[in-house]
Design a protein around this ligand. Structure first.
Ligand code: ACM
Length: 517
């Protein structure tokens, strides 16, 4: 291993001789619209170094300098790629787009001593960077992390911190799981009961959910939601860090909190209450025109808040029992000329696909949306292993790989469960997360371009606090970052582990509550 310990590993690294030393006199220069990235870099290194480096638009004389250049000539590295050169007298960053400069800045932070990540002044450190030449660009355009804020609500402050941590690892999608049986977490102005009622459950199951075992509850109300102002803050914060926020509004299943708020959306006419335990709820949306219209109204507000292309509509784990038993649902199936309840779900999702497509957006759903026929413009997120992803890519649809086998970070990370906090089950050690390959077996070269990338999931049934989220996410998310950023031929677990030893010191600086190695 060289002194270069950047995570995720860059495409090409050529170590040089000597070092560049960052001092209070270093000139920080931004050429042609590079100022925003340069200013964020200055802000990020300020607390630990104590240096307040102003961003200048021209090089003052012959001072040692860090220069950020937005340069069309760097376009061969793509919209997110960058070129970085460190010599003893100058650091030069070139990229065609601000995203590339931003990723170069994340690499620069990681060339400095790990203490630079501390949030208060560190004395006695010389802020050196090893001389090096780096050329870097991501392997995939979708480098994501999903956070479930429904099973346990996570405060906005933590969401912002999480986005910072994603960006540090050059991840660019924050998939925000905002609605589920146990809580509706996004303010919708037209339907206030979604949060007045749906954001709160009266208590929560204690311990692990077990079939046929008597359930014990804590008697403690749990809830919370994001106002539209909170959401605008998160989206803007993410945008400044080149992270796209993809909201997930679940339908037709995982809808019990919404049905608790508006029982007319369900199949029984009664409020099931906001769910207080885990597992799959039978309470799914009905298929009436009025319900489709309600959800499209919800999406209208969602589209106003989230400018990104993709909108996730869930689609997973929607039991068909209530539709089979509901005369209204059966009549609707007949009237639409559909053969079974799978086709009814497909019809439901197609209504959303048509709506989103007409608004210039793209529908994304979990791989169950393949059942009963995949909507025309849909993109599939493959979670039950890779099978759904392979099927969708091979039939010409875009896919995001999120297989539970490699990317479910709510699974245990040690073989010895007794040494770990209660988790949902499974076993996904760091090495398993590192082995994630989004273009998996079964996807021939001609379909590989349909694999947009991959992402890691944090479901929070058994994860009640931000600290616990961090414990489950890190360092597995570091491994995932390398799987979606670094060229396949540049990946090596032993080398990753060596770099990770230094990287964990960076996370220490940020007080990340990671799982120790
Ligand atoms: C899922 O884990 N139900 C997407």
């Amino acid at each position: 291993m060289s002194q270069i310990t950047i995570v995720p590993a860059p495409s090409r690294v050529v170590p040089g001789e000597g070092t560049f030393v960052l001092t209070p006199e270093t000139a920080l220069v931004a050429v042609s619209s590079a100022a925003e990235v340069a200013a964020l870099f200055a802000q990020q290194i300020a607390p630990a170094t104590g240096f307040a480096l102003p961003v200048m638009d021209a090089l003052p004389g012959n001072r040692p300098a860090i220069i950020f250049v937005l340069d069309e000539a760097a376009a061969e590295l793509g919209a997110e790629g960058y070129h970085l050169t460190v010599t003893p007298s100058r650091v030069t960053v070139r990229a065609a787009q601000p995203a590339g400069l931003f990723y170069a800045a994340q690499s620069l932070r990681q060339l400095l001593p790990p203490e630079v990540f501390r949030q208060s002044l560190v004395e006695g450190v010389t802020w050196t960077m090893p001389c090096v030449e780096i050329e870097d660009a991501p392997r995939f355009r979708w480098r994501g992390a999903m956070l479930d804020v429904c099973r346990h609500f996570m405060p906005t402050d933590f969401v912002l911190r999480y986005i910072d941590l994603l960006a540090l690892h050059k991840l660019n999608v924050f998939h925000w799981h905002l609605t589920d049986d146990q809580g509706w977490r996004i303010e919708i102005k037209k339907y206030p009961r979604l949060t007045e009622i749906g954001a709160w459950r009266k208590e929560t199951l204690v311990g692990r959910m077990q079939r046929d075992a008597e359930m014990v509850f804590d008697g403690i109300p749990h809830g919370g939601f994001y106002t539209q102002d909170d959401i605008r803050e998160v989206v803007a914060y993410a945008q400044a860090r080149h992270v796209t926020v993809v909201p997930e509004i679940e339908m037709p299943g995982h809808a019990q909190a919404a049905i608790a708020a508006y029982p007319e959306l369900g199949n029984t006419g009664e409020s099931p209450g906001v769910r207080t335990y885990w597992g799959i709820s039978e309470n799914v949306f009905n298929v009436e025109e009025s319900t489709i219209a309600f959800l499209q109204d919800v999406l209208t507000e969602v589209l106003d808040l989230f400018p990104g292309t993709f909108i996730h509509v869930g689609g997973d784990e929607a039991p068909k029992k209530q539709w089979r038993e509901s005369p209204a649902a059966q009549a609707r199936m007949q009237a639409l000329g559909l053969h079974d309840e799978e086709e009814l779900q497909s019809y439901f999702i197609r209504q959303m696909d048509a709506y989103l497509t007409a608004k210039g957006r793209r529908l994304l759903g979990w791989d169950e949306i393949l059942e009963g026929g995949l909507a025309e413009n849909a993109t599939v997120m493959s979670w039950r292993g890779v099978r759904g992803g392979v099927a969708a890519a091979t039939s010409g649809h875009d896919v995001v790989m999120a297989p539970n086998t490699y990317t479910y970070f709510d699974y245990y990370q040690s073989a010895d469960r007794d040494t770990e906090p209660l988790a949902i089950g499974g076993f996904l050690p760091l090495e398993g997360a590192y082995a994630f390959e989004p273009v998996c077996e079964g996807i021939d070269a001609e379909y590989a371009h349909h694999v947009l990338g991959g992402q890691g999931q944090i479901w929070t049934e058994y994860i009640a606090t931000p600290e616990h989220v961090e414990y489950m996410a890190f360092p597995r998310l570091c491994a995932l970052a390398e799987a979606v950023w670094t060229p396949a031929e540049g990946r090596n677990y032993a080398d990753f582990l060596a770099r990770l030893a230094v990287h964990l010191q960076r996370l220490d600086g940020l007080d990340v509550h990671y799982h120790p190695l």
